[in-house]
Ligand binder design. Structure first.
Ligand SMILES: [Fe+2]
Length: 397
């Protein structure tokens, strides 16, 4: 699914399964290609059939749009409304959370549970959708500070995890940064056991003071980034669909555990992520999107110099054998580009469905990247955030 509508409150459902949105009801349009969200609303001139069409457009993906000029025209109409609303939204920044308790892990989910897009590998698998809903519901009832509910993973889920782990583990010594390799040893990952978030969170608490909090699906960027300010990483718990274990269109437990968790046990990397989180508190919508891109090109797809080599530290790399090989060897004879990170510069659009990344940002070190991010964060930080105390630690920008 390229586009996704959510926040459809006050709606009814038609016989063919589409939700009918009355004029004036705000809705959220999530572009999963660019991972951006706009607010939109149905204007009075739209008929029900057009709304159905809009839903269809939004779930049909880029390929169909390319072949349908009419669809593209209507999509643009919706998008124009979205841009206007997004501009308005910039003036209404929500209150700054004072603790992790002020951040909801279930109110602003952009995609979760059984609500899979048509191009998702599990879209036609009702059992898989039911399982996703069950695991999503476990996350929704969790409160910060309480033990994270355990998931009793099935043999099929463990099979998928084991395949992913066995494939990636051979590449880490040559492709992962030394901090990842060092921290990896703390966790003793095994192919026949999917780690529970609770056990991982306890290790992080002891090493860097970070916590894991379960989340039902893709959290809104503001909430997700705000969580980082309180040293909390929101993590999914479900497993990708077993039909294609080496691919997932969204974060899953394999991505979270193998990509993110070991890096969060490294103090300098954890500091880098914390800086992004602090800057996100009270940030305008525009700044949130810039920070989301900075997060994307560092925490998800960042690379770092190690002597004459380039090593991966981003979770999107460390949890994907294809992306790791692409970073080092290129694809079809085309090598990716490596550029220096400059947080003040406009960042490229994010994409995770157009194949591997064409451009990676290269850091001298985590300390250097954190210093640059700190400098940028200072330029947008809200005065009231400067006086905040993050669990006994004042802000360090
Ligand atoms: Fe991630």
């Amino acid at each position: 699914m390229a586009m996704e509508l959510s926040c459809l409150s006050h709606t009814t459902t038609s016989a063919n399964g589409y939700r009918i949105v009355p004029p004036g009801v705000p809705l959220r349009v999530h572009n999963r290609l660019s991972n951006t969200v706009c607010l939109a609303e149905v204007s009075k001139r739209h008929t029900k059939s057009e709304i159905f069409h809009a839903k269809e457009i939004c779930s049909s993906g880029r390929t169909k749009l390319k072949h349908s000029s009419q669809s593209r025209k209507r999509f643009n109409k919706i998008h124009a409304i979205s841009a206007e609303k997004e501009k308005q939204a910039d003036t209404s920044v929500p209150p700054i959370p004072k603790s992790i308790h002020d951040i909801s892990n279930g109110d602003h989910i952009l995609g979760f549970g059984a609500d899979l897009s048509e191009d998702h590998p599990g879209y036609y698998d009702n059992e898989y959708k039911k399982r996703r809903s069950y695991i999503a519901d476990l996350a929704k009832i969790h409160k910060p500070g309480e033990p994270i509910p355990c998931v009793d993973y099935s043999a099929e889920e463990i099979r998928v995890w084991g395949l992913v782990l066995d494939t990636l583990v051979d590449l880490y010594p040559t492709h992962a940064c030394k901090e990842y390799i060092d921290s990896y040893k703390l966790f003793n990952f095994k192919p026949n056991h999917i780690p529970q978030l609770q056990e991982l969170s306890e290790v992080l608490e002891q090493t860097t003071g970070w916590h894991i909090r379960p989340v039902a699906g893709l959290l809104h960027p503001r909430d997700f980034l705000n969580g980082l300010a309180f040293r909390t990483f929101h993590s999914t718990q479900y497993v990708r669909h077993g039909s294609n274990p080496m691919y997932t269109p969204e974060p899953d437990i394999c991505h979270e555990v193998l990509g993110h968790v070991p890096m969060l046990a490294d103090p300098e990397f954890a500091d880098l992520a914390w800086v992004i989180g602090q800057a996100s508190l009270g940030a305008s919508e525009k700044d949130i999107w810039h920070l989301t891109k900075l997060y994307w090109y560092t925490v998800e797809f960042g690379t770092v110099k190690e002597g004459s080599e380039i090593r991966a530290f981003g979770a999107g790399l460390l949890s994907s054998i294809g992306e790791l090989k692409h970073m080092r060897e290129g694809t079809d004879g085309v090598m990716p580009e490596f550029v220096e990170l400059d947080p003040f510069k406009k960042m490229p659009k994010m994409s995770y469905k157009d194949g591997y990344q064409k451009k990676y940002f290269l850091c001298e070190s985590f300390a250097d990247a954190a210093a640059k991010l700190r400098s940028y964060s200072r330029s947008i930080l809200k005065p009231e955030v400067m006086s905040m105390n993050f669990g006994g630690t004042p802000i360090q920008l």
